[in-house]
Design a protein around this ligand. Structure first.
Ligand SMILES: Nc1ncnc2c1ncn2[C@@H]1O[C@H](COP(=O)(O)OP(=O)(O)O)[C@@H](O)[C@H]1O
Ligand SMILES: [Mg+2]
Length: 354
C-alpha cells in the first residue's frame, strides 16, 4: 500500500509555546489511524494543520505526494468531522448534507439524491426534513458524518467525534464507524484521548504526549511493548518497576525479577513493564506451575468489577497490581497471604528510568 498522507518534521508554535515538535508520520491509503494522547498534547492542532485551518512553523504535509503548503482547506482532498458537529442550525438535515456537493457545483436534484443516499448509509433515512436541534446527540453526529463522507474525501479527519455521546451509544457508534470505514475504504485519522476507543477501532495508533509522538504501532505492540514509560502508563493499568540490568543479564530491583532470554534488554537502568493480567494470583499451597517465577505477598486491597478483580499485593516494598478474571473469591481479602506467579517472557523492559 502506498503512502497517502505524509507529515514531515512538523513544528507548530503559539507565541513561545511549542504545541507540536518535529512530527513525522506516514499514513497509508485505507488505513484507520488513531491519534491518542491526553488533553492538550496537540491532537487537534495536528488535525487542523493537516486540514489546512492552521499553518505550521516548520515541516510539510503531503497528500498523494503533493505538498499542501498554502492550500486552503476546501482545496484539500479531505473532510473534517468536528467534536461539536458544527452543523448549520437553520438548514434541514438533508440541506446540511447536500451543502458540500452544492458548493462544488453539483445540480440541486443530484446533490439532494447524493445526500439522501449518504443519510441512509449512516442510518438516518426519514430524518431529512428535520432541523439539527430536533435530533439527539447521536443523530447529530451521524449528520456530521454524512456531511463529510458525501464529498467522498480521500481522508476523513475526525476530532473526538464520539466524546459527547453516552457510553452505550458511543460503543455502538465505534462499531458502526469502523464498519463504515471498511466499507468505504476512506482513510480515517481519528483523534481520541480514550485508549480503549483507540484500541478497539484503529489499525495503528499514534501515541502523543506534550506535542511529540511517543510511539506508533499496532494496538498490541503499544500495549505489550511500550517504547516509553509514558506510553506504558497511558495505555491501561500497569506495573512499572525500576531496575538495573547487569552485564550477563541479571536484573536487580526491589522485586526479584527474572529476566527472560527472549528479551534483548541491554545493560543499564531500565523500567520493567508488567501488565496486571500477567500475574497469576494463587493461595499459598496451590500447585506451582513450572517455568513461572513466584513472589510471596500480602493482599492490600481488592476491587471487583464483575468480570474481573483488581488486586493490590504487597511484595516486600513493592505494591503490585494483579488482575484476575472472574469475581472476588472469599479468600481474596486484605491481609491474606498470596503467591503471584509470572511468566518471565511477559516482562517488557524499557531502557532508562523515569
Ligand atoms: N490558537 C491557540 N493559541 C494558543 N495556544 C493554543 C491554540 N490552540 C491550541 N493551543 C495550545 O496548544 C496545546 C495543544 O492543544 P490541542 O491541540 O487543542 O490539544 P488536544 O487536542 O490534544 O487536547 C494546548 O496547550 C493548547 O492550549
Ligand atoms: Mg482536541
Amino acid at each position: 500500500m502506498s503512502c497517502l498522507l505524509e507529515l514531515q518534521g512538523i513544528t507548530k508554535r503559539f507565541g513561545d509555546f511549542e504545541a507540536l515538535r518535529d512530527i513525522s508520520l506516514e499514513i497509508r491509503q485505507g488505513e484507520f489511524v488513531a491519534l491518542l494522547g491526553p488533553s492538550g498534547c496537540g491532537k487537534t492542532t495536528l488535525l487542523r494543520l493537516v486540514a489546512g485551518f492552521l499553518s505550521s512553523d516548520a515541516g510539510t504535509v503531503r497528500i498523494d505526494g503533493q505538498d499542501m503548503t498554502g492550500r486552503p482547506p476546501y482545496r484539500r482532498p479531505l473532510n473534517t468531522v468536528f467534536q461539536n458537529y458544527a452543523l448549520f442550525p437553520h438548514l434541514s438535515v438533508v440541506e446540511n448534507v447536500a451543502y458540500g456537493p452544492r458548493r462544488k457545483g453539483t445540480p440541486k436534484r443530484k446533490a439532494f439524491l447524493e445526500a439522501e443516499d449518504t443519510l441512509s448509509l449512516v442510518g438516518l433515512e426519514g430524518f431529512s426534513a428535520r432541523l439539527p436541534r430536533e435530533l439527539s446527540g447521536g443523530q447529530q453526529q451521524r449528520v456530521a458524518l454524512a456531511r463529510a463522507i458525501v464529498n467522498k474525501p480521500k481522508i476523513l479527519l475526525l476530532d473526538e467525534p464520539l466524546s459527547a455521546l453516552d457510553l452505550k451509544l458511543r460503543k455502538r457508534m465505534q462499531l458502526e464507524l469502523k464498519q463504515l470505514q471498511e466499507r468505504l475504504g476512506i482513510t480515517f485519522v481519528f483523534v481520541t484521548h480514550d485508549q480503549e476507543e483507540a484500541m478497539s477501532m484503529a489499525d495503528r495508533i499514534v501515541v502523543m504526549n506534550a506535542g511529540r509522538i511517543e510511539q506508533v504501532g499496532l494496538g498490541d505492540e503499544i500495549y505489550e511493548r511500550p517504547a516509553t514509560r509514558f506510553v506504558a502508563d497511558f495505555i491501561g493499568d500497569v506495573n512499572l518497576i525500576d531496575c538495573v540490568i547487569e552485564e550477563g543479564g541479571n536484573v536487580r530491583s526491589d522485586l526479584n525479577i527474572p529476566i527472560s532470554r527472549s528479551e534483548s534488554a541491554s545493560p543499564g537502568s531500565a523500567t520493567a513493564v508488567i501488565r496486571p493480567e500477567h500475574f497469576k494470583l494463587q493461595r499459598p499451597g496451590d500447585p506451582a506451575e513450572p517455568g513461572l517465577a513466584q513472589f510471596q505477598g500480602t493482599i492490600a486491597d481488592v476491587a471487583s468489577v464483575g468480570s474481573h478483580s483488581l488486586v493490590h499485593v504487597l511484595v516486600g516494598s513493592s505494591r503490585i497490581l494483579a488482575r484476575r478474571m472472574g469475581g472476588r473469591e472469599t479468600w481474596m481479602a486484605s491481609g491474606q497471604e498470596v503467591v503471584l506467579m509470572l511468566d518471565p517472557a511477559k516482562i517488557h523492559f524499557i531502557p532508562g528510568k523515569s
